[in-house]
Design a protein around this ligand. Structure first.
Ligand code: HEM
Length: 831
């Protein structure tokens, strides 16, 4: 409970300055508990209402673009618990505040709820709402193979601060947040409030005047393929996901965010300017936007758990490491669900209904309500067969079919690797095959991102300055993703997306049967992969066609600015406006504050801004809107800058992106180049892997350019797949005797950190015998971890010793059966 010391200290300190209540008496346990109960009821009801409303809309085919965005940003599993706890806490404090002010007839702003609470009461609230659990320090002593494999959440990557860089922790701040009220309310919440003597422009006005372009005049990149762009999105989905609260209505007054333009937590609608070329204007016309969920105890909750003032912070549901979480899942539960546990092959689950010319598709979701049932609407064929959304390690897998194709390719690569490793090491169990294949895949992404991708984005100079030779692991580096990276800098590529997703046939010509798809008809359309020729045409399109070039007069295509998530005639979203609104929602400091952070000049007038942008007209138009460079939204300013030499971002985003990746690499104890993570032979083999080889091995494509990020011409014309180097897996071959020795070492290692060895195996297995009685391999003994034992919890044993260790998964706590149809069995704890 150490992190609560600051909370307690703050509570104590607030007690001494208690100005309005004459006595120091506590508000009393029953009062606190009834407030918590009421807050929980309010939040649970709002969540239930929102869920039902969403399902109703999805089922009734009346889903709106804003519903799609909200569903896309829905927290699931542990992220949902994190968001729910924060909502419980915030509402508990709000209710206490309201009740006390009512009872004591105090002036509305005279006291914070926390002024009234004893440290014990604050502690109780934090515990009962679940907020305390979010900051408790996990023990890494019982994490299996902690030096060898990553956990799904990356908890325990840093052994001293186990939550550094882990999933469901706050985005870090490199500069303190700037909110309108200093703690939580976004700038422009009050549209008349001025900053630096100027009122902030409406984000949609900025979008209309700066970002708009005519798709036909969009320029194409002369060097880089569209694969660079979509690979960026793919890579982002390994690193950042900012959830919203599941509630679609305000907790305090029940206001429905979809029905009103009022700003009331969590509703932060985008107002539509007068004379908008597309959207209806008027006081009741706006695009609904939901604020990103706050971290427990930050923002309005009036006290915090960390070392900063209580400004609102946002949650990153993903871990900060390059580990292909978008394939495997960034939480243990999801990771387990994505695995094929019906056999011991270490495989990921695949689609049981359809194949892509004999190759695997991703499995379908079993979530109720089908956001991907878009086929009938798009094709106007009321009899067309719909398919569910695909599932993967990241929830945005279906967002567009080019992204889904990359997901599919990497799923296949995992299964290909697991199969190859099994042939090489027939003695390996399913768990080892899965973890070793996953580890190789993690190394792939590190190589592809650092060696092949980033140099094209930040340019060779920034690479040399910040991302050169691997400097070694440094446990004091915080790898967490910065808020400005997720909310501004890494969204640079929204301006590099083509209006059309190209589909090419085996001759790299427009596919006559299934031609290229306009981007706005490619959102949430997995059926296009199933019924329209699979992933090959799209992958050919990605590597065969150029990216859009972000130029200062042709910025964002209409599919994203005027037709985002539009399936029927509802208000389509505008990604440019969303990016700026999100920056304000997260309290991102302005453009100049970040320029200063990066050691760049801070333009203060038209002349200076014109120099920075190398464009007087653009500088003029920006200042017409913002008044001063100090008010420019950082995403807008960043994407307006001319590119650094041989890169595709300006100096500001080059600095922010490089700084983030520097920390991701150096703060990763399991980085592939960190000595001891791979053997030197394995490292050597990994240096030669290529995206071209992944394409060759996992699609029907038979020739590809050596560097799929570069336009296929000159020295980079497609070559036959036989001539593309394969990953040589011989360095992973392990003799059975080495394996035995290793197993012994591992169990010795576990013993070093675990309680004493278990008693001799009992004659039979514990738990409901029906689950595993079919196994002949039943004799084992177990050693318990420090699990929290409650009714229906699964006990995860840290050690299971019996005659076939591979039948117990130490990560999931799940026993595998050899013959049952269910495939796996866990032991619910019977109270
Ligand atoms: C067709 C392509 C794409 C579409 C439709 C799309 C759409 C979106 C949407 C709707 C959001 C959430 C906006 C909000 O409410 O804040 C978002 C967030 C984001 N996008 Fe994209 N995007 C695309 C491609 C890309 C690419 C190519 C990149 C980068 C290389 C990228 C990077 C990001 C990042 C970093 C975020 C924030 C993620 C988070 O933390 O939740 N996107 N995008």
């Amino acid at each position: 409970m150490k992190p609560f010391s600051s909370l307690l200290a703050l509570g104590q300190c607030l007690m001494f300055i208690q100005p309005a209540l004459s006595t120091q008496e506590s508000l009393g346990g029953p009062f606190i508990h009834s407030s918590i109960e009421e807050a929980k009821r309010l939040v649970d009801e709002a969540y239930k209402y929102s869920r039902e409303k969403s399902l109703e809309r999805v089922r009734g085919q009346s889903i709106r673009p804003s519903d799609v965005l909200r569903l896309l940003k829905q927290p699931a599993r542990d992220t949902r618990s994190a968001v729910r706890s924060a909502d419980y806490l915030e509402n508990t404090l709000r209710l206490i505040h309201e009740k006390v002010h009512r009872t004591h007839r105090l002036h509305k702003r005279s006291l914070n709820a926390t002024d009234l609470l004893t440290p014990q009461e604050l502690d109780t609230i934090a515990r009962v709402t679940g907020c305390a659990a979010r900051v408790s320090k996990p023990s890494c002593r019982t994490t299996p193979n902690v030096n060898k494999y990553r956990t799904a959440t990356s908890v325990c990557n840093n052994l001293k601060s186990p939550r550094l860089g882990a999933s469901n922790t706050p985005f870090t701040r490199w500069l303190p947040a700037q909110y309108d009220d200093g703690v939580s309310r976004p700038k422009s919440w009050d549209p008349n409030r001025s900053f630096n003597n100027f009122v902030l422009p409406l984000v949609r006005e900025v979008s209309n005047r700066i970002l708009a372009t005519n798709d036909a005049s969009v320029e194409s990149d002369r060097e880089f393929t569209h694969m660079v762009t979509i690979f960026g999105q793919w890579n982002d989905h390994d690193l950042t996901f900012t959830p919203s609260s599941p509630s679609i209505r305000a907790f305090s007054n029940g206001l429905d965010c979809d029905e009103s333009c009022e700003r009331s937590e969590p509703c932060f609608p985008i107002q539509i300017p007068l004379n908008d070329p597309r959207l209806p204007t008027g006081p009741d016309s706006c695009i609904p936007v939901f604020r990103s969920a706050p971290v427990c105890g930050t923002g309005k909750s009036a006290f915090n758990f960390g070392d900063m003032a209580n400004r609102r912070e946002q949650i990153n549901a993903l871990n900060a490491f390059l580990d292909l979480g978008q394939v495997y899942g960034s939480e243990e539960g999801l990771a387990r669900d994505l695995r094929d546990l019906t056999n011991d092959g270490g495989l990921l689950r695949i689609n049981k209904e359809f194949t892509d010319n004999g190759r695997e598709f991703l499995p379908f979701t079993d979530v109720k309500g089908n956001m991907c049932a878009t086929r009938r609407r798009i094709t106007n064929d009321t009899n067309a067969k719909e398919v569910p959304c695909f599932v993967a390690g990241d929830v945005r897998v279906d967002e567009n079919i080019a992204l889904t194709s990359i997901h599919t390719m990497f799923l296949r690569e995992h299964n290909r690797l697991a199969g190859a490793l099994l042939r090489l090491n027939p003695h390996w169990d399913g768990e080892t095959l899965y973890q070793e294949a996953r580890k190789i895949m993690g190394a792939y992404t590190q190589v592809f991102v650092f060696r092949d991708y980033l140099p094209h984005i930040v340019g060779p100079d920034t690479m040399a300055r910040q991302l050169g030779r691997y400097p070694g692991y440094n446990e004091t580096i915080d790898p967490s993703i910065a808020n400005v990276f997720a909310t501004a800098a890494y969204r640079f590529a929204h301006l590099a997306i083509q209006p059309t997703l190209s589909r090419l046939d085996i001759n790299n010509k427009e596919n006559p049967m299934f031609p290229s798809v306009p981007l706005f008809k490619a959102f949430f359309t997995p059926w296009r992969l199933v019924f329209e020729g699979g992933i090959d045409p799209l992958i050919r399109g990605l590597v065969g066609h150029p990216a859009k070039l972000n130029t200062q007069n042709h910025m964002m295509v209409d599919a994203l600015r005027e037709k985002l998530f539009q399936f029927i005639n509802h208000l389509a979203l505008d990604l440019g406006s969303l990016n700026m609104q999100r920056g304000r929602d997260h309290g991102l400091p302005d453009y100049n504050a970040w320029r200063k952070f990066c050691g760049l000049s801070t333009p203060s007038n038209l002349g200076e801004l014109a120099v920075v942008l190398n464009n007087t007209d653009l500088a003029f138009r920006l200042l017409q809107l913002y008044g001063t460079p100090d008010n420019i939204d950082v995403w807008m300013g960043g994407v307006a800058e001319p590119f650094v030499h041989k890169g595709r971002v300006g100096p500001l985003f080059a600095c922010l992106i490089a700084t983030q990746f520097q920390k991701i690499r150096q703060g990763d104890r399991l980085w592939y180049e960190n000595p001891g993570v791979f053997t030197s032979a394995q490292r050597k083999a990994l240096k030669n892997v290529s995206l071209a080889q992944i394409i060759c091995d996992n699609t029907g494509i038979t020739a590809v350019s050596r560097d799929p990020f570069l336009i296929p011409e000159g020295g980079n014309t497609p070559i036959k797949c036989n001539n593309i180097q394969q990953l040589n897996l011989s360095a992973w071959k392990e003799s059975a005797s080495t394996a035995d020795q290793k197993q012994q070492e591992n169990s010795d290692q576990d013993n070093e950190v675990s309680p004493p060895p278990p008693p001799p195996p009992p004659p039979d297995t514990p738990g409901p015998s029906s689950n595993i009685c079919h196994q002949q391999l039943s004799a084992f003994s177990v050693q318990l971890t420090d699990n929290f034992l409650t009714h229906n919890n699964t006990i995860v044993f840290s050690q299971v010793v019996y005659n076939r260790p591979n039948h117990y998964n130490k990560n999931s706590g799940v026993f595998l059966t050899t013959s049952t149809t269910s495939g796996d069995t866990s032991f619910p704890l019977l109270s």
